[in-house]
Ligand binder design. Structure first.
Ligand code: UDP
Ligand code: MG
Length: 318
């Protein structure tokens, strides 16, 4: 029977730990009873450098719940890095890994469906929110705008999916081949090329405490999402430069006609021409430099070029 790990990044979640552990322990017991996962299944709580009682509480939970494993990071590295740390640890001891937030906003009753879908050959099962009714108007609007912008920029993400997902050990191993530091897992996981499925669920309000995603952290994540997956902004600069140069040419013709008609103020022609021409040159040069930096960025990230899914020809009948 497959071993399940539930990975939870926790940052200053002292108000949640007891409820969280009780809930997830109950969930695992039910899954074992249903014959969906093995007895070794466990919870991995990653303390992302909390400054409150999160870590002592995780340690004390181990007295009552044998299924709890704690991992303490030396400082606050952010949700995405903390989650990656948890996935990397969990893949050593389990076959399927579910990542979930500590605030129990995500409906855990769909974990059983996720496991069933993984048994049907899906290495990734995304938890997708049915609606955003529990979000504030501002969060809903910004989230929708962000998804639309990402789509326009050619980034493949799953709409309304945060980091509530199941991954098999194989999928996490592929993910570990991506060495980049600026993590945006929602963009990376679809790049793995694994067979995937989705389960829908209703997202509730946070049970205890406040959101740990400050505006700054949220903007950083959004920025990472764009800059790690899209080179559209660099192309825009280049094409803007080219557009400026075209306008400069049109203005050149206009200025010449005006000049020879003697209908211009002295200095206007040279000023207009140099303004458009120089701006065009500066933008085009920036765009060209950007194209090279974009290439260097891709090289530095060192993402795998491809992944062979199957081979046929080694043995007859493969
Ligand atoms: N989190 C983390 N490190 C951080 C910020 C958040 O590990 O620097 C964790 C947090 O404890 C929670 C998850 O990331 O388990 C999502 O955070 P939260 O629920 O506060 O975000 P929201 O749902 O408000 O977007
Ligand atoms: Mg939350």
């Amino acid at each position: 029977m497959e071993t399940l790990s539930i990975v939870v990044p926790c940052y200053n979640e002292e108000a949640m730990i007891a409820k969280l552990v009780m809930h997830l322990d109950g969930l695992i017991s039910n899954l074992i009873a249903e014959g969906l996962v093995g007895d070794e299944s466990h919870i991995v709580l990653v303390d992302d450098g909390s400054t409150d009682q999160t870590w002592p509480l995780i340690c004390s939970c181990r007295n009552n719940y044998t299924r709890v494993n704690g991992v303490k990071l030396s400082g606050n590295v952010g949700h995405q890095n903390a989650l990656m740390a948890g996935l990397t640890v969990a893949k050593e001891t389990s076959d399927i890994i579910v990542s979930i937030d500590a605030d129990l906003q995500d409906d855990t009753s769909v974990v059983a469906d996720m496991i069933r879908l993984s048994r049907q050959g899906n290495d990734v099962v995304y938890g997708v929110r049915k609606d955003r009714s529990t979000d504030s108007m501002a969060k809903r609007l910004t989230a929708q705008m962000f998804y639309k912008m990402m789509k326009m920029m050619g980034v493949r993400t799953v709409y309304n999916h945060a980091d509530y997902r199941l991954m098999t050990k194989k999928a996490v191993e592929y993910l570990c081949e991506f060495n980049e530091r600026n993590l945006y897992l929602r963009g990376l996981v679809p790049l793995l090329g694994c067979q995937s499925a989705i389960v829908e669920y209703k997202r509730e309000e946070r049970l205890e405490g406040k959101s740990k995603y400050s505006l700054h952290k949220m903007l950083n994540l959004a920025m990472n999402g764009v800059t790690s997956f899209s080179d559209v902004p660099v192309h825009v600069v280049l094409w803007l430069g080219v557009a400026f140069l075209i306008v400069a040419f049109v203005i050149f013709v206009y200025v010449m006609v005006s000049y020879f008609k003697h209908s211009v103020v002295p200095g206007w022609s040279s000023l207009m021409l140099s303004l458009w021409f120089c701006s065009g040159c500066v933008l085009t040069s920036l765009g060209v430099i950007g194209e090279y930096i974009g290439k260097i960025y891709v090289e530095v990230k060192g993402r795998p070029r491809y992944r062979i899914e199957k081979k046929n020809g080694d043995k007859v009948g493969d």
